[in-house]
Design a protein around this ligand. Structure first.
Ligand SMILES: [Zn+2]
Length: 746
């Protein structure tokens, strides 16, 4: 889980904004005074329903056996969820799609030179962990969507295996062409590592968990402590997620009579080389056998060896074969029909599939969601009805690549474009601080929700607890901002959970919420992500599970009941201004760097080396970034800020509008986010259509904001950067037009 508020922030531009009222004085967004009191009373009743024991019982039940996509117990859990939801008054069903799910058939990794060693590739059961000795249906450690392969080659240690590491290797004169690389987990999403290795000519990739980031260097290992022991392995997907999530054989559509699947060989998002995750127990003999130069200081981990880069003399044999099966993927979809606006859908989701037992990921979030649904059922019994339709979703196939949610969104895209008001996501949940990311049109809303939820340990609101931490630990700017800005910033969403298809593909405003920061451990995607581990080291009393249910249940209630949908545009305008300053700064930095380099070059006297293999070849001059015309973007940002302010000023009168006008207003409001997508998508990855947020092409889960402009600058593609400025300006102008249309309704 990422800590979403930790990021260093640039100074914000309060240019001309009126004095910001403090949180406590703000009326409830979207409700008039009377309606607000009614809503708060309803939320108090909702809170009283929530019982930690339900979360515990359901977690125990759902994690009793492996329940990955395509497993018998996965279906069993789906039916359990469906029947529970139906018993509480939801119209509940399984919505099944069929997707590609590769599982391992052959896994061999051995050191063949200079000594022999065969990797165990297994996690050792522990008597302290009740489910760890199960073998039936347990998927051994592997990477889903790895290529088949049978390769033998010298080994090279590539640190995290991100692009910068290969620049460092080039300086050391080390080439990975025709080699097998071994990379540490960390520094990027895992799928980036084999992708970058392949781009550099490697023929195989091994990823291991170094104890420095994930093991005894962090704390006592399981079962004594929470951290990764020497046999623990992180499974995971290596599908090319920044290209597109979902079934890689059907990107952008669902297989049916008119749309046929690609073959595995044709699928662009499939990994092109074999890749395998291993434990640090299995990695140690491989790394110990490496020679060559000593690894740079920052690359060294916590194993009891001197880290060398290679290549060789260590030589490894890696053989992987997979079953490429099409399996049923059981999404559970449950609906409470809205009494006034049945065609406006408030959608809530969390996945139910795991890699193995998945107590933290995803069951901790799923049981909180389930308890929310039960509490809504209790409210229904008292005669309450939501104005808008509420849809509770439990996704299957998230772990291999957001398969269930993506296929569902693609299947119903025309309906969702029209009806989806908001998507509220959670995934694994732990203890500690609120963390939230999402559409910045929902930032004020989320802050209000957090203001009204009490932290179970500290007794203050979860927002105030977070604010205190930022003042204590934040960077100077974040600290300053936490003191003075009415709302805490939420992070931008990249990818990595089921919100992705909603926000990135269709432009449905989304939030992703969880608690964490006091629940560190090494269980992620291993067999030790179990009920025993979770209850000992994470949220053992489920207090923060209940807090998550209060946070997202309250969000669902507010969206379902609001007179005026609780969107705000001032924080969004402020955030996009910040992103624009960042990309300008990035361009400026690129220019200064190239100019300094070229100046240094002109002043020194390099001779071209006679031998082309000589690493001391004459450096080449760098192309200096041109001055790009940001005027269209600057103009769009001014218009955005003005429209946001005008809307905020007009908003007090909205709740008095007649019903038909309110309906019209709300339809404009929830569709504003649609204006931030562009039909052509991003360059070279048309599935990603959002022009403000996208996962980075080379960061994976990590977000790139204003992605077309920012990534073009990073790649020194000045023409595309210029096109990006025009594209984003156009999109923002369309957005402003809608905000103005909403403001003028009377
Ligand atoms: Zn998850």
């Amino acid at each position: 889980m990422r800590h979403l508020f930790k990021k260093t922030l640039l100074p914000i531009l309060f240019s001309g904004l009126a004095v910001i009222p403090s949180q406590a004085q703000q009326p409830l967004l979207g409700f008039g005074a009377n309606a607000a009191q009614k809503e708060l009373d309803l939320e108090a009743t909702f809170d009283k329903q929530l019982q930690a024991n339900n979360l515990r019982d359901w977690m125990k039940r759902m994690t009793a056996f492996p329940h990955q996509l395509g497993s018998a117990y996965g279906l069993n859990n789906a039916l359990f969820l469906r029947d529970k939801l139906a018993s509480w008054g939801f119209e509940a069903r399984l919505d099944t799609v069929h997707v590609l799910f590769p599982t391992p058939k052959v896994r061999i990794l051995e050191l063949t030179e200079p000594t022999k060693f065969k990797a165990s590739l297994m996690e050792k059961p522990l008597k302290e962990d009740a489910t760890s000795a199960q073998t039936k249906d347990v998927l051994p450690p592997y990477h889903a969507f790895s290529a088949n392969g049978d390769v033998t080659a010298e080994l090279v240690f590539v640190n995290y295996g991100v692009p910068d590491d290969y620049e460092e290797l080039a300086k050391l004169g080390v080439d990975v062409k025709g080699k097998i690389v071994i990379a540490k987990y960390g520094g990027s999403w895992r799928g980036i590592k084999p992708k970058v290795a392949y781009e550099h000519g490697a023929i195989g990739c091994i990823i291991y968990s170094d104890p420095k980031e994930d093991g005894y260097f962090q704390g006592d290992v399981y079962p004594k402590g929470a951290f990764k022991n020497e046999s623990g392995v992180q499974r995971g997907s290596v599908v090319d997620l920044p290209l597109a999530p979902g079934d890689p054989l059907t990107n952008g559509f669902v297989a049916d009579a008119t749309h046929t699947r690609l073959s595995v060989a044709e699928a662009p998002a499939m990994m092109k080389i074999p890749v395998l995750p291993i434990s640090y127990g299995d990695a140690l003999p491989l790394l110990r056998a490496l020679g060559g130069q000593v690894a740079p200081a920052t690359w060294r981990g916590a194993l009891p060896i001197t880290y060398h880069v290679g290549p060789g003399p260590a030589k490894v044999h890696l053989k992987l074969e997979f079953n490429f099966d099409i399996v049923p993927c059981y999404n559970v979809i449950a609906t409470l029909k809205g009494s006034e606006f049945p065609d406006q859908w408030v959608i809530r989701g969390n996945h139910h599939d795991a890699w193995v037992f998945g107590a933290a990921d995803p069951v901790s979030g799923a049981v909180a969601e389930l308890e929310e649904a039960r509490a809504l059922g209790e409210l229904i019994k008292t005669g309450w009805k939501p104005k808008r339709t509420i849809v509770y979703c439990f996704w299957d196939g998230e772990e291999p690549g957001l398969l269930g949610s993506t296929e569902w969104v693609e299947k119903y895209q025309s309906i969702l474009k029209d009806k989806a008001v908001v998507y509220l996501n959670s995934d694994g949940n732990g203890r500690g601080y609120l963390s939230a990311g999402g559409s910045h049109t929902l930032e004020k809303f989320l802050n209000q929700v957090g203001r009204d939820v009490t932290d179970p340990e500290k007794g203050t609101s979860v927002i105030e607890r977070l604010r205190s931490r930022m003042i204590l630990n934040g960077s100077p700017t974040a600290r300053q901002e936490a003191r003075t800005r009415a709302d805490l910033r939420i992070s931008a969403l990249g990818s990595g959970s089921d919100y992705t298809p909603f926000i990135q593909h269709l432009g449905i405003a989304s939030l992703n919420v969880g608690y964490g920061g006091e629940d560190a451990g090494g269980d992620y995607h291993s067999i030790f992500d179990s009920y025993d581990h979770y209850t000992r080291f994470k949220d053992g009393d489920f207090a923060y599970g209940v807090t998550l249910a209060k946070t997202l249940g309250r969000s669902v209630l507010r969206f379902a009941n609001a007179d005026v949908l609780p969107f705000d545009f001032t924080n969004f305008a402020n955030t996009v201004q910040q992103y624009a300053s960042e990309v300008k700064k990035e361009l400026e930095n690129a220019r200064t760097k190239a100019e300094d380099h070229n100046k240094m070059l002109a002043e020194s006297r390099f001779e071209a080396a006679a031998d082309p293999k000589d690493p001391f070849v004459k450096p080449v001059a760098l192309s200096v970034a041109p001055y790009l015309n940001f005027a269209p973007l600057d103009n769009a940002l001014v218009a955005l800020e003005n429209s946001a302010k005008a809307f905020a000023l007009a908003s007090s009168k909205f709740s008095a509008l007649p019903a038909d006008k309110l309906k019209e207003l709300n339809e404009i409001l929830y569709k504003t986010e649609r204006k931030l997508i562009h039909a052509d998508g991003l360059p070279r990855r048309p599935w990603y259509r959002h022009q403000i947020y996208a996962p980075g092409f080379y960061t994976g889960y990590g977000v790139k904001t204003l992605p077309m402009i920012r990534e073009a600058i990073e790649q020194k593609n000045w023409k595309e950067a210029e096109e990006g400025i025009l594209r984003v300006s156009g999109v923002l102008e369309g957005f402003v037009g809608e905000v103005e249309r909403a403001t003028s309704i009377k």
